[in-house]
Design a protein around this ligand. Structure first.
Ligand code: ZN
Ligand code: FE
Length: 259
């Protein structure tokens, strides 16, 4: 298994860097900004072999050009369903991506919703999930649909519980505030909120997060739980008969009243 290092970018993005001791070449996920990646590589005397892109938004792709300029041989992987300048290898569901050393591969999962062609990369117990699921929350729905996003989140919910979710933003504290709007009586959320506040005061990232923790405290992965259904129905002021409808109400509630 490879090491994963967070490189903070902009206000609240994480660019994940994947490396293995045996290899001078590393991979990065969603380099929205080249500068902090180049600084890390220079400091550690490493070079870049692979860039993995989850979706087309600028805060995930903005560094591609400059990184390619510095490392022209680097492969740039991205969704076949999105047009992203600089992509060298287009990926579809089920494709496998080689990392720049022998023995580790990542599998591509289609995860539309935040954008229409969003993909995630699944490795040995780790998921690089871009802006689909966040710690305690989920991405907004831009050029995908609410139904797609609901289905993508359900797909994540069914991965092994110990899976670590490497999302692209540090939004945890804010997300847990909304989680408590939905489930004011949920003790797992309150405990998580405390732990998150302490970590942030110490300047520590709160991601990756374990799927088991998300299943206890992330309302967008709890759309089967009666208290969550009841809260969504109360906000929507009507009965909600399926998972996509419950998800949609939660997402609209957060968009309109909380954010
Ligand atoms: Zn995005
Ligand atoms: Fe983003």
């Amino acid at each position: 298994m490879f090491d994963i290092v967070p490189i903070p970018a902009f206000d609240d993005n994480y660019i994940w860097l994947l490396k293995r001791e045996c290899s001078p070449e590393v991979a990065v996920v969603d380099p929205g900004d080249a500068a902090p990646v180049l600084a890390y590589l220079q400091h550690e005397q490493l070079s870049l072999g692979t860039i993995l892109i989850t979706h087309h938004h600028g805060d995930h792709t903005g560094g591609i050009r400059q990184l390619k300029g510095r490392f022209p041989h680097a492969k740039v992987y991205g969704s076949a369903h999105e047009s992203i300048p600089g992509i060298t290898d287009s990926l579809v569901e089920g494709a496998e991506v080689e990392l720049p050393w022998r023995g580790d591969r990542l599998k591509v999962l289609d995860m539309p919703g935040h954008t229409a062609g969003h993909i995630a990369y699944l490795g040995d117990g780790v998921l690089f999930c871009g802006d689909i699921v966040f710690a305690g929350g989920c991405g907004r729905v831009f050029d995908g649909t609410m139904e797609q996003m609901a289905a993508s989140l359900q797909r994540i919910a069914k991965l092994p519980e110990e899976t670590l979710l490497y999302c692209a933003h540090e939004y945890t504290e804010d997300n847990l505030g909304f989680a408590l709007w939905v489930e004011p009586g949920n003790r797992a959320i309150k405990a998580r909120q405390k732990a998150t506040q302490i970590a942030r005061q110490q300047g520590k990232p709160t991601v990756p997060s374990r799927l088991s923790l998300e299943l206890e405290s992330n309302p967008f992965l709890r759309t089967q739980i009666p208290a969550v259904v009841a809260a969504a129905e109360k906000w929507a002021a009507m009965p909600l008969s399926n998972n996509a409808a419950i998800f949609t109400a939660l997402r609209r509630w957060k968009d309109r009243d909380y954010d």
